[in-house]
Design a protein around this ligand. Structure first.
Ligand code: IMP
Ligand code: MG
Length: 175
C-alpha cells in the first residue's frame, strides 16, 4: 500500500501547537533545567521545532528508539527498545519525554517505564498527537498537542514504511 497524502493539519496549526506546548512547558519548569528525551524516529522534526521554542534551559538532549509498528499501519503489539539512554543522564533530573503520537499507548508506556527505572526527579510526557480512540494502555499526557481521530497519518517526521517523513504538514493517507 502506498496511498496519496491528503492535507490534514497545516504547517500553521502545527507551528501554533508547538508554540503553545513550549509556553506550557516554560510556565511549569521556569529556570529548572530539563533533560529532553526524544523518541526516534517519528518525533525528530517535532523535537527540533519544540526545543527551539523553549526558554527552559536544556541540560541534556537524549534520543531513544522504540519499534512497535512493522511494515504496515497496524502495530504488532510488541514494543522493542532499540536504543536506550544511560542512567546517569536521567537520575535526579527533571525529564521530559517527547513523542510524535500516542496511539495504543504501548510504546510510550514502555518508554516511560524504562525512564522511570533510571530514577528521574520528575518525569513528564509531551506528545504532538493523540489518538484517544485507539488507546489500549493508559498514559498521562502532560503536554498534549492535537487530538486526532483514528486515521493513519504521515508527515512532519512521521512515516509510512519510511516514506513521507519530509512532508512539512501532517496528512492522512488515502488508500
Ligand atoms: P503506540 O505504541 O500504538 O502508541 O504507537 C506508537 C508509535 O506508532 C508512534 O510513536 C508512531 O511512531 C507510530 N504510529 C502510531 N500511529 C501512527 C500513524 O497514524 N502514522 C504513523 N505512525 C504511527
Ligand atoms: Mg513513535
Amino acid at each position: 500500500m502506498q496511498g496519496r497524502p491528503i492535507p490534514f493539519i497545516s504547517q500553521q496549526e502545527i507551528a501554533d501547537t508547538v508554540r503553545r506546548l513550549a509556553a506550557d512547558i516554560d510556565r511549569d519548569y521556569g529556570d529548572r533545567p530539563l533533560v529532553v528525551v526524544g523518541v526516534l524516529k517519528g518525533s525528530f522534526v517535532f523535537l527540533a521545532d519544540l526545543i527551539r521554542q523553549l526558554q527552559t534551559p536544556i541540560d541534556c538532549l537524549e534520543l531513544i528508539k522504540l519499534s512497535s509498528y512493522g511494515a504496515g499501519t497496524e502495530s504488532s503489539g510488541v514494543v522493542q527498545m532499540q536504543m536506550d539512554v544511560s542512567e546517569e543522564a536521567i537520575a535526579g533530573n527533571h525529564v521530559l519525554l517527547v513523542e510524535d503520537i500516542v496511539d495504543t499507548g504501548r510504546s510510550t508506556s514502555k518508554a516511560l517505564e524504562v525512564l522511570q527505572c533510571h530514577n528521574p526527579k520528575s518525569l513528564a510526557l509531551c506528545s504532538l498527537l493523540y489518538k484517544p480512540n485507539r488507546r489500549q494502555v493508559s498514559v498521562k499526557i502532560d503536554y498534549c498537542g492535537i487530538v486526532i481521530p483514528d486515521r493513519f497519518i504521515v508527515g512532519y517526521g512521521i512515516d509510512f514504511n519510511e516514506h513521507f517523513r519530509q512532508l512539512p504538514n501532517i496528512c492522512t493517507l488515502e488508500q
